[in-house]
Design a protein around this ligand. Structure first.
Ligand code: NAP
Length: 269
């Protein structure tokens, strides 16, 4: 039996174990997916321990996604390197490779809903971990990204690092930026378990595709405002689903059974 896992703190509410085990069941893969909650400061020991125990792969989540790239012997792929964070480690080889499947997941969520990213104009609100992953991933797919953040210098740093297709703006510029945007992404935590939105309802228009990375609740205030304006919407569980599918594929080499993973995920949200 192969063992995969999640390393984070806290991990108690994670949907990843159920989603991955649904995938193993669907394909008859003999594997289990277990959550681990090391203390802050114990990440290196946790990864070394996972390797020593023969665990094949781990997802890494808050607060370890950046720190994991600083560990000895971790080789990031290009995207994880550029983002400066990883959420998926392949422990099966001589070396440990690190990937950022949040980035892949966000991109696939948009593409599967019919968005053409090449030359699209995308406004991303948020320049934290999710904002960085989404911005880098969309630029790699050919989009032009305006990054908006409450703390402007964080957005400016991201724009500097992510290349000439990215520019930085303060939060107050969102209404004017949305006028000619094709896609709006919420990559802040605003709306998570609250009735708040990072964007004024009147700024959202029907020509937009609105993607909210927040998935608790599934229907955020932003997504409801977007539906009321006639915009196409994508909820945060799509990103969660496709990041999990990408990790499954890296680890097992099988195409992920996305329908079963999706059913398991949405049943629990
Ligand atoms: P993070 O690194 O802590 O970044 C938080 C972001 O939210 C920053 O840009 C921060 O702005 C902004 N923010 C927080 N409170 C704000 C407020 N009151 N007004 C305006 N902006 C505010 O967190 P993260 O890891 O990027 O996660 C962000 C969200 O994405 C969370 O809800 C998380 O659950 C979600 N997420 C979803 C997935 C998925 O698979 N669907 C994956 C990863 C993350 P400042 O820089 O100014 O503080």
């Amino acid at each position: 039996m192969d063992v995969y896992g999640l390393v984070g703190n806290p991990v108690g509410h994670s949907l990843s174990p159920a989603m991955h085990e649904a995938a193993y069941d669907a394909l008859g893969v003999d594997a289990r997916y277990v959550s681990f909650e090391p203390d802050r400061g114990d990440l290196a020991a946790a990864v070394a321990g996972a390797r020593a125990l023969g665990i094949e792969g781990i997802n890494v989540t808050i607060p370890f996604k950046e720190e994991v790239l600083e560990l000895d012997g971790i080789i990031p792929d290009d995207s994880a390197q550029q983002i400066g964070a990883a959420n998926t480690l392949d422990l099966s080889g001589e070396t440990v490779t690190a990937h950022n499947t949040d980035a892949t997941g966000a991109r696939r969520a948009l593409i599967e809903s019919g968005v053409t990213l090449q030359d699209a104009t995308v406004t991303v609100v948020g320049a934290g971990g999710a904002g960085r992953a989404i911005t880098v991933s969309l630029v790699r797919a050919g989009a032009n990204v305006r990054v908006v953040n409450r703390t402007l210098d964080r957005a400016e740093r991201l724009a500097e690092e992510a290349g000439e297709r990215v520019s930085a703006y303060p939060l107050s510029d969102v209404p004017s930026l949305l006028g000619d945007s094709d896609v709006l992404v919420n990559a802040t935590s605003v709306g998570m378990e609250t009735e708040s939105s990072p964007v004024p309802a009147e700024a959202v228009h029907g020509e937009l595709t609105v993607f909210d990375a927040v998935y608790r609740p599934l229907q955020t205030r932003l997504l409801r405002d977007a539906q009321a304006a006639g915009a196409k919407t994508i909820d945060g569980a799509r990103m969660l689903l496709y990041q999990g599918a990408a990790a499954f594929e890296i680890w097992t080499g099988h195409a992920a059974p996305v329908d079963e993973m999706e059913r398991t995920l949405y049943d629990r949200l």
